[in-house]
Write a protein that binds this ligand. Sequence first.
Ligand SMILES: Cc1cc2nc3c(=O)[nH]c(=O)nc-3n(C[C@H](O)[C@H](O)[C@H](O)COP(=O)(O)OP(=O)(O)OC[C@H]3O[C@@H](n4cnc5c(N)ncnc54)[C@H](O)[C@@H]3O)c2cc1C
Length: 464
Amino acid sequence: MDVNAALADASTIPYWLDSELRPEPLPPLTDDREADLLVVGGGFTGLWTALQAKERDPDRRVVLVEANTIGWAASGRNGGFCAATLTHGYDNGEAHLPEENDRLAQLGRENLDAIEAAVAKYGMDVEFERTGELLVATAPWQAEGFAESAAAITALGHRAEVWDAARTRAEIDSPTYVGALYEPDGVAMLHPAKLAWGLRAACLRLGVRIFENTPVRAIRSTPAGLRLEARGGSVHAPRVAWGTGAFPGPLRRLKHYLAPVYDYALMTEPLSDEQMAAIGWEGRQGIGDCANRFHYYRLTADNRILFGGWDAVYHFGRQVSWKYDQRPETFETLAEHFFATFPQLAGLKFTHKWGGPIDTCSRFFSFFTSAYGRKVAMAAGFTGLGVGASRFAGTVMLDLLSGEDTELTELEMVRKLPLPFPPEPVAWLGIKMTTNALIKADENEGRRGPLLKVLDAVGMGFDS
Ligand SMILES: Cc1cc2nc3c(=O)[nH]c(=O)nc-3n(C[C@H](O)[C@H](O)[C@H](O)COP(=O)(O)OP(=O)(O)OC[C@H]3O[C@@H](n4cnc5c(N)ncnc54)[C@H](O)[C@@H]3O)c2cc1C
């Protein structure tokens, strides 16, 4: 299969953002103004925070400032897997927060239900499909933990099924599958850019003032609160919610906890009815495979396949730059793996190829912190699973800023920070060594070498 021919005409714009529905940017800030709450960042975290702030108190003056345009960053270029989990999977939650993991799993379900309800309430056309997720094993060792994981999920009152190779291939026909864990309710598929734009419209309808192309550059304390200096003007507010993803900006303390790691994806042209019939996939589940280096893939509403994952690329000095959004060698690898997964689709073309930075933290799920005497609340570190969890993060930030102690502000997940990453060059070296150790573990039937064992022991081990 000539993958270069399949990739030859692919646009470098993220598929979801390459749409005539993309709204014209709202004008930037050009004056100095007052607000009751300032939200910084116009991705899912900022948008859900602003929306919920207005839902809680319609009279509150809420201003949201976005450095670029709403949803241009991770929120508009992800896989669109909207997962219930708040902890990057139940097992990762168990490793980090065993005392409250079951409660977090329950809160995560409630959060996903609330997203579904908000999509309906505000009439957001986001192609929301609660398909569930199929974790597929492509080697026998990957299926070893399925029965245990299914038992943990069903013990919480949710549905889970373990499938053998024949059952899995009857659902979706890939010669690479040896089994699967199917969780029908815990994940929805959606169109992420449409969600960002839908949230933008809902915020505007509730009276949130949004300024695009307005990067915040500095924060100063005032007797009555904080003044945030942005390009073109400033906003004075007693409370600030900070949701800037992989870009910590002037809040330097975030920097130590975040490593921007690039993730990449391809989108195919729409499949014909015959091509769809050749693979099955009538349940339209989101699919992830189970090695440390994994792929995620899904159907769109018009039956394209998004195929992403595998390489996770960190650049020395925590660099984030548009020039890293394209990585030809990763696109070629993904295309090869795509056709190995679905040889029936030989000849299919890719229409889009893109990447973006993921706000990785050492525990792989969001963390929260505050500054300026709890006048600023921050949430970040979703580590590639923030489409659903970002709404919960908004709820937590509003609770933190309320000054009240609530169930959420008392969670260990909220009170405890992940381990910070070391300074350079140790961070770069450590991430490089860990990536190599994870690749080795995959080649070694999942057996984790000494470095990964040490990282597991200190709470920095990644297991997809
Ligand atoms: C390729 C890829 C695939 C992914 N796939 C999935 C998936 O399938 N499922 C899933 O759950 N998650 C996925 N993720 C992660 C998910 O997209 C993020 O966790 C989520 O979108 C986080 O939203 P956010 O608002 O925190 O960050 P962002 O969407 O990055 O938004 C932050 C915003 O803050 C703005 N900003 C930054 N600095 C400033 C400043 N100083 N002033 C004003 N504004 C500022 C930025 O311009 C940006 O718009 C993926 C991510 C990538 C990159």
